[in-house]
Design a protein around this ligand. Sequence first.
Ligand SMILES: N[C@@H](CCC(=O)N[C@@H](CS)C(=O)NCC(=O)O)C(=O)O
Length: 319
Amino acid sequence: MGLMLKGAYLAEDPQPDTQEDGEFRRARSTIRNWITPDGAAGPTGEGGFAAKPGRYHLFLAWNCPWAHRALLARHFKRLADDISVSFAAPRRTADGWVFEKDGEFADSVFGASALHEVYARVSPAYTGRVTVPVLWDLERNVAVSNESADIVRMLDRSFDGGLRLYPDDCTAEIDAWNERIYRNVNNGVYRAGFARTQEAYDRAVAEVFETLDRIEGQLGETRYLAGDAFTEADLRLFPTLARFDVAYHYAFKCNIRRLQDYPNLWAYARAIYQMPGVAETVRFDVYKQGYFSPSPLRNPLGIVPAGPAIDWSAPDGRG
Ligand SMILES: N[C@@H](CCC(=O)N[C@@H](CS)C(=O)NCC(=O)O)C(=O)O
């Protein structure tokens, strides 16, 4: 994976995310400003980003679960007409995330051929990873954020339409689930898949399934993670569930159980998938292409498996 050092893109990262102990550690996000209702500064970064329809753009990739969070927030906040999107092509190249000249993987803002060209506009000396999602301010022509958790929260807090994803009366439950699910599930599957030692893999895969087991128990008690209403915690879990059987089970060796082996979790995942508009945020074909990209460590020949066939449209039966 590549990195930008002082504005120049390096195809080989001199400090890869996998450490000497074999553990994968995700790099910290580098751009942490916030859209707010009136443009006042948010919890981190600088102010000057007022909530305004048509002012912002998201650079995404269908296969990236962190980008999926931002796409779901845009959907649930009914911002599809107000925030435009560009999708990078599914397979990362030596140039990192790339765009095509036209079609569904073109960049409609700058006509960039690679995402690192967009990051070069962040600042002339930008140093950091070149990741999706990126939230861009079209009015000031600057980046607002490249941290998906912040993007979900700021869209919820700054725009009034759609669902309230982080309601005041259950923030403690949402925060607790977010913390557990980020470490052990969202990032846990990557810690298993990118582990470079048996011990690092064993630790990560055990945590993935312990947490899924715990969620299975919770979903026997409540419809959603934090109670009766769909919240940010469910939004952040769903991208990992959507990719689980089609990608993580095989490509990342998360194969103790499949999502389909959990009665409550599988029904819950289908119920979310069948909520209006959610299926349009999902591209199983692209997940397979992306996660089975050629990789010297994981899939040297880049062959994409044919299965599994999964029926996401079966009734969820959760009432
Ligand atoms: N902290 C970021 C992480 C995003 C992230 O790691 N995205 C991956 C794709 S799934 C990426 O773009 N990686 C490219 C790289 O690290 O070179 C977030 O949650 O927004």
